[in-house]
Each structure stands twice: as C-alpha cells, then as structure tokens.
Design a protein around this ligand. Structure first.
Ligand SMILES: NC(=O)c1ccc[n+]([C@@H]2O[C@H](COP(=O)([O-])OP(=O)(O)OC[C@H]3O[C@@H](n4cnc5c(N)ncnc54)[C@H](OP(=O)(O)O)[C@@H]3O)[C@@H](O)[C@H]2O)c1
Length: 332
C-alpha cells in the first residue's frame, strides 16, 4: 500500500512517501481503508520525537481518520463508512491512554490501510462528508471535552487562544453554539478576520495589543469564567491572570513549551482551578456528532493535500498558516 512513513525523528524531510506491505490485523483489530486523515499538532510532536516517548520505526503518523471498512464484524458491514476513535488502552504508568498514530504501538492514517481495534470503530454520521468526519476526532473532540469539563453556562465568558488553530477554531464554533461569549486571540489581520467570521465576539491581536489589559477591559476588570489553553508555556501566565474568581483554565497543549512561570498567589487567592484535558471519550465523540448536527455545525477545513504531499502539509502547520483543519486525501 501507499503510505508516508518516518524511519527516524526529525523535520518534515523525514516524511517519506513509500510503497510498504499492507498491515496484518492483530486479534480484536479490523482493517479500514483510509479516506481522509487530518493533520494534527500531535503528528509534529511524534515526527520530531519527545524524550522518553517511543515509537517503533518505520512508524506511520495520523490519528484523525475517516475510512471504509474492509471487513464486516458485529453490526458493521464491509463497505460501511466509518470514523476511528483515536484512543487505545495503554499500560504506560500515569498516562490515561495511547493515541493511534501517536506514540505507542498503533500505526496511523498516513497510509491506504490501517489496522485498528474493532471497539474504536464508529459509523460515520451521514451529516458529515468524509473530509469533515476526519476533522473531528482530535481537535473537535478535545475542545468539546474541555468545554464540558469547564461546566460553563450560557452567557459565561470564555477566552480561547489561537483562533486559527485546529483546537482554537473548533472551540470557538462549539462555545458559540453553547451560548457562550467568546474572546479569542489571533496574530494578524487575516486571522482576526477568520476569527470574526467563525463567530468570535471579541478578537485580540496578540502582536499589537496587551492581551491581559484587553481581556480585563472587555470584562470590566472581572476576568473570564473559562480559558481554553492549548498553547502552554507562553500563555499560561496570562491565562491564569485573566481568570475571574473561581474561574477555570482548561489546558490541553504545550505548543510553546511545557514549563511555565505562573503567579501562584494570584491563582489561589481567587480560588481558580486548572483542569487537564486529554482527548475525550468515545461516548463524547458520538454525543459531539449529535450536537454538531443539531446545531448545524460543520468543521472548518483549511486545505486538503494529497498523501504524497504530507511534507507540505506539515510545513504549512509549522508556519501556522492554517485557518482550521489541514487534511490529507489518502484514497484516490
Ligand atoms: N491534550 C489533547 O488531547 C490534545 C488534543 C489536540 C491538540 N492538543 C495540543 O493542542 C495544541 C494545538 O493543537 P492544534 O492541532 O490545534 O495546533 P495548530 O493548529 O498547529 O495551532 C497552533 C496554534 O498555537 C498558536 N500559537 C503559537 N505560538 C503562540 C504564542 N506564542 N502565543 C499565542 N498563541 C500561539 C498559533 O497561533 P498563531 O497562528 O497566531 O501564531 C496557532 O493558533 C498542540 O500543542 C497539540 O498537541 C492536545
């Protein structure tokens, strides 16, 4: 089958478009023909490598997949259109689960065929196209989980970093559909325009404005109920600073680094909470599908690359030139 493999960690140049043998399913697994696979920041982490985390080379990236079943099982038939819930049981101490195509034993969706646990298969809702269905399993599911964990209520004010990112754009759409007031952050004119187009109420330009001062101005110095932080070291200090009393910061990412200097006194004196979010459950993914259909939400797709052009897709994401999800078209 055609695939993009990595044989070592490194920059986009380690992504190699090759013909490799088809996967052989292990007990409990099923083969799926991959139609589309979204590119996520996780792919960049795995491609670069993280100290202490392993993959077995050659590895195949890609965790956000829509496809077609190559064999039937249970109530599923060969030829059914499906999406793949990305988490699998892991025995790594103090880590909730592994992610298909991430670190760990499962190869991902940058390949024509993938072998995945049968229990991860979900029927693709007709409401979503193959492309849209492949955009939801990571960024949208994580954003949904973050919003649910925040227990926010209608009219609460939420601050969402990185409006143009996969997670940020998903969180804006979902938060607006839940009736929240959204403040988001962007870094240039086009990204500001994009944020407004997808529904943000207030957009702050982090390159020309003081984010803390602007958020406090918008909230009459009270601060926000919730912050969705996927950016990490550079944004945690601001995220905590702009929380209101008993506010919640939900964190899922470390794009700018995993070690932050924060003002602990300011944090505890307002009895704020920091909550971690890692993906979301399979049940949450199906309830998200229902919610998006009910609210008529479609994921925002930036661009679709052919599988052989995975390098260009990674380069685009690394330059942060995307407005929503970048996809790879795998099936021709
Ligand atoms: N825990 C989980 O289950 C989970 C799930 C999904 C994603 N994540 C993590 O969440 C993060 C986002 O993922 P993604 O796929 O959405 O990534 P992405 O599309 O590549 O987005 C990166 C975003 O970070 C913003 N950014 C970069 N540097 C910044 C800075 N100094 N200040 C403010 N914003 C900055 C960029 O904004 P500009 O374009 O304005 O620079 C861009 O919007 C990644 O770290 C990913 O690993 C975690």
């Amino acid at each position: 089958m055609k695939s993009v493999v990595i044989r070592k960690h490194g920059g986009p140049e380690v992504l190699s478009y090759e013909e490799i043998p088809d996967p052989v399913p292990e007990k409990g697994d099923v083969l799926v023909k991959v139609n589309y696979c979204a590119v996520n920041h996780l792919d960049i982490w795995v491609r670069n490598g993280i100290a202490g985390k392993t993959v077995s080379f050659p590895h195949i990236l890609g965790c956000d997949i829509s496809g077609t079943l190559l064999e039937g099982f249970g109530t599923f038939k060969r030829g059914d259109k499906v999406v793949i819930y990305p988490a699998f049981d892991s025995n790594i101490p103090r880590v909730s689960f592994g992610i298909i195509g991430g670190f760990g034993r499962y190869k991902g969706g940058y390949a024509e065929i993938i072998s995945v646990p049968k229990k991860n298969i979900i029927k693709k809702p007709n409401y979503f196209s193959d492309q849209e269905a492949a955009s939801i399993n990571i960024s949208y599911l994580t954003s949904w989980n973050m919003i649910e964990k925040s227990r926010c209520k209608k009219d609460d004010i939420i601050l969402i970093w990185g409006a143009n990112s996969g997670v940020g754009s998903a969180a804006i759409l979902l938060a607006k559909a839940k009736g929240l007031k959204v403040i988001t952050i962007a870094s240039d004119k086009n990204k500001i325009q994009f944020a407004k187009k997808i529904g943000a109420d207030f957009v702050i330009d982090r390159n020309t404005q003081d984010v803390t001062a602007e958020v406090l101005k918008i909230t009459n110095q009270t601060g926000v109920d919730v912050v969705i932080d996927h950016v990490g070291a550079k944004t945690w200090p601001i995220s905590l600073e702009v929380l209101k009393v008993k506010g919640k910061m939900i964190a899922c990412g470390t794009t700018t680094g995993g070690e932050a200097m924060v003002n602990i006194r300011s944090f505890y004196s307002k009895e704020a909470q920091i909550i971690g979010a890692y993906l979301g459950s399979k049940t949450q993914l199906t309830s998200l599908h229902r919610f998006m259909k009910l609210k008529k939400i479609k994921p925002v797709i930036d661009s679709i690359f052919e599988l052989k052009d995975a390098r260009a897709a990674h380069e685009k994401m690394e330059k942060s030139n995307q407005f929503g999800k970048i996809l790879l078209q795998v099936a021709s």
